[in-house]
Design a protein around this ligand. Structure first.
Ligand SMILES: [Zn+2]
Length: 287
């Protein structure tokens, strides 16, 4: 789920005027406004950013799959062959679109730093309130329609780079060359200087109220949270964007990026890190 920066812009400007001049690290994973990076090695950053996001946004440490330590702190870079395997995994028409931009670099910040963080969201949409989830989430037309993300229902512009349905279809709201923000860290804490450092993937997953509650601050997603096709395409997008970056991007989640900032969103829910790692492995080490 994205953050809308317009709503609190004035409050933010007031807070900004009162903020101390010295650069301070922001949030639980300690984002440095000068380096536009979280604290630690790439794998250490991933360990913080990939903590399990539980219901109501409670974070719990979990082991980092060995794959990520190998990729992030290792020497091996994404290869042209891996890029081709990722491209071949994409559905049409996104595959043709992705091929057009395969040689283009990702976004950069105003200070010239390249995109480094691959941020996974869940859309938290549609919202079913106290009604049950539909029986077949992965083929339900209402859940998987991209229309509300395209037609201005939620925001004037697409809220993320990528929208990924439960049957694995992909719509690009913004090409990865375009710096785009979808977290409070970017829109409120750091501001425009951070734009271009993060790429944002919205993964379709509905919500409903937790039994006994009537407010949208108390919701839960379905279990399992994401479909098999979504894990496959998330992995393909991760390999594709990393290959364009010329290095392995650091995977992150909306909640953990914003952890420590008030009103942090609680997405993605029910994200299985092991499944994500397995699907990346299947693309980079086929057979
Ligand atoms: Zn989000």
């Amino acid at each position: 789920m994205p953050d809308n920066p317009d709503v609190r812009r004035i409050i933010f400007l007031v807070l900004l005027a009162a903020a101390p001049a010295a650069a301070e690290q922001t949030g639980e994973c300690r984002f440095d406004p000068d380096t536009l990076s979280f604290a630690g090695t790439a794998a250490e950053q991933a360990a913080c950013l990939l903590r399990k996001v539980e219901v109501l946004g409670k974070r719990k440490a979990q082991p980092l799959p060995p794959l990520f330590a190998r990729l992030l702190d290792g020497e091996a870079l994404p290869s042209a062959a891996m890029m081709q395997t990722a491209l071949a995994a994409f559905p049409q028409p996104y595959q043709d679109y992705a091929r057009i931009y395969a040689a283009a670099p990702l976004s950069r910040t105003a200070s010239g730093l390249p995109a480094l963080y691959f941020v996974i969201h869940d859309t938290s949409t549609p919202f079913y309130a106290d009604q049950p989830f539909p029986k077949r989430l992965d083929t339900d037309w209402q859940i998987n329609s991209f229309a509300p993300y395209m037609d201005g229902t939620f925001a004037r512009e697409p809220v993320a780079h990528i929208f990924l349905s439960r049957y694995g279809q992909i719509w690009a709201g913004h090409e990865f060359q375009e710096g785009w923000r979808a977290t409070k860290l970017e829109s409120r804490a750091i501001g425009p200087a951070s734009r271009g450092r993060f790429i944002h993937i919205e993964t379709v997953q509905p919500r409903r109220l937790i039994a006994g509650f009537t407010d949208t601050g108390h919701t839960h997603g379905p279990e399992p949270g994401f479909s098999a096709a979504q894990y496959r395409q998330l992995a393909a997008l991760y390999v594709y964007t990393s290959a364009r970056a010329g290095r392995w991007l650091i995977p992150a989640q909306h909640n953990t990026v914003d952890a420590g900032i008030p009103d942090a969103h609680d997405d993605p829910q029910n994200f299985d890190l092991g499944r994500f790692a397995e699907e990346i492995e299947a693309i980079i080490s086929p057979g």
